[in-house]
Each structure stands twice: as C-alpha cells, then as structure tokens.
Design a protein around this ligand. Structure first.
Ligand SMILES: Cc1cc2nc3c(=O)[nH]c(=O)nc-3n(C[C@H](O)[C@H](O)[C@H](O)COP(=O)(O)O)c2cc1C
Length: 266
C-alpha cells in the first residue's frame, strides 16, 4: 500500500500514550508525520479527516477497562476513507480489558480499517511514591518493542496491494464492553502550601477542571482523575488525600506488581 503520511493521534494527560505512539510512528519510518494531540479540550473540537493514503496511529490510555468516555465525541467525528489505522491501548499494568476492542471498533465505524493493534504499559496515573505502580513505564525495552512493532506494521502495509486486502484484525475484548464505573468521587486531590499558583496544572488539565484564578480549586464534576495536575506540578504541591481513589491506588500497588509485557496484534 502506498502510504503518503502518518497521522499520530493521542490523548495523553500524563504522557505515556504519547511516548508509545511516537515510538511506534518512529518504527514505521515514514517522513511525513503529523502529530494530533487531543489531550486539551480545544484540540478535541477540531475534527479529523483521514485520507485513504494516510495511516492513522491512535493511542489512548485505558480508563476502567475502556476508552476514556470524554474521547467518544471526537473519535466519532473522524471522517476516514477506508484508511488503515493502528490502535494502541496504554494501560497501567492492571489490564486493558475491552479498551483496545472498543478503540478498533469505534475507528472502523468511522471508515478506518485496522491493520494492527497493541497493548502497552504506562506508569499508572495513580502511581505515587507510597503507591508505586508500573513506575517509569514505558521503559527502554518497551520503546524498543514499540519501534519494532512500527517496523512490522510498515512491512505489513508494504505487502498489501490495497486497504481492501487488509484482513479482519482480531484483538482481545468482550461485548458488551465493561460497564463504565461511576460513583467514585473526584474529590481526591489536596494542595499544599508549596503551591505558587503558577498555573501549570491549569494548562495541563484536559477538562478545564482547575479554576483559572485559583489553582487550588478543582471542579470535581469535570475532573476525570487523570492526575496530570499532580504529576506535572513543578513544586510537588499536589497529592492524593485519603479518598476512594487513594484506596484504589493502594490496591493497585499491592496487586499489580508483576510487570506485564506489551502485546501486538498484526
Ligand atoms: C480514571 C483512570 C482509570 C484507569 N483505569 C485503568 C485500567 O482499567 N487498567 C489499567 O491497567 N490502567 C488504568 N489506568 C491507568 C492508565 O491507563 C495508565 O496510567 C496510562 O499509562 C495513562 O496514560 P497517559 O500517560 O497517556 O495519561 C487508569 C487511569 C485513570 C486515570
């Protein structure tokens, strides 16, 4: 297949999905690469068109075994034209459950044809010093793996005459998808006196949940618990207070210690 350009799209509040997507794109090795970072709300208002000779590489973090719900509107506005796509679910060393299947099926409904899929491991959003979960993943080996995956995708595309020849891709997951979990309060962040009101957290927040005049205020109805504000604070002023989210973090740190390995579907 003649691929003219690669569109690398990612939602990545704490940066791991972005890092994996970029390593895969590097492995694909084409020169014409466009980055589409849909982490910020403004970017999710820009609709995406994917031509038949574009390759879409889409990476999302797994939230409760699913594609993060706030992405569905943007994903369902993609206009593709029998365009090949690569689906990547990045998860925090628990499981990716139905997220990869959901991403693949969502993109295929928009006119994409899945050529490859993958699950990669990223440091868990809830990971902290006292609750370490998949710390520093993706690591060097993960990124080598992701690049090699990219090279295999290129080989596969080169071996196909057209998108119509892409065989149906099987990825793990179940129907109906895992039920969305509700009822977990997003009132889980505390802000210490080290906060200088620099506004970095506000810029990092993917849902505009942090007050623009007072960085200490988080709108718990908009917060998606991505922890970008905690991890991105230059003063380490933000942390998890005793809460349901902190309990989940403790459970994950105790029960998801064994490092999982990336998986590819081609
Ligand atoms: C609300 C929420 C739910 C999550 N659910 C899962 C999950 O079901 N399984 C898992 O292994 N990791 C889960 N994670 C962890 C993220 O998938 C993981 O940390 C990912 O690397 C974050 O991507 P990012 O760095 O691109 O933001 C969850 C994280 C958040 C914030």
């Amino acid at each position: 297949m003649d691929i003219q350009s690669v569109k690398v799209a990612y939602f990545s509040p704490t940066g791991t999905s972005k890092t994996v997507a970029q390593a895969v794109a590097q492995g694909i090795g084409l020169n014409n690469v466009e980055q589409i970072d849909i982490t910020q709300p403004g970017a999710r208002k820009q609709p995406l068109k994917v031509a038949s000779n574009d390759l879409l590489v889409a990476a999302v973090p797994v939230y409760a075994g699913r594609v993060p719900g706030l992405l569905m509107g943007w994903l369902q506005s993609i206009e593709a034209d029998n365009s090949p796509c690569v689906c990547i679910a990045v998860y925090g060393n628990r499981e990716f459950d139905d997220a990869l299947l959901e991403l693949k099926e969502t993109l295929e409904k928009q006119g994409c044809k899945a050529v490859a899929g993958a699950g990669y491991i990223g440091e868990h959003s809830f990971s902290a010093e006292d609750t370490p979960i998949a710390v520093s993943r993706p690591d060097e080996d993960d990124l080598k793996h992701a690049q090699a995956f990219g090279a295999k995708i290129k080989e596969k595309l080169d071996s196909l005459a057209s998108a119509d020849r892409i065989p149906a891709l099987e990825v793990p997951g179940n129907h109906p998808y895992k039920e969305m979990v509700g009822g977990i309060s997003a009132d889980f962040i505390e802000v210490s006196e080290a906060c200088t009101q620099c506004g970095i957290c506000e810029d990092l927040c993917p849902t505009n949940a942090i007050d623009y005049e007072n960085d200490v205020m988080v709108d718990v109805d908009s917060c998606i618990r991505c922890c970008a504000c905690i991890k991105g604070c230059p003063e380490n002023a933000r942390s998890m207070k005793a809460s349901k989210v902190k309990e989940i973090a403790k459970w994950l740190a105790d029960n998801c210690k064994e490092p999982k390995q990336p998986v590819n579907f081609l």
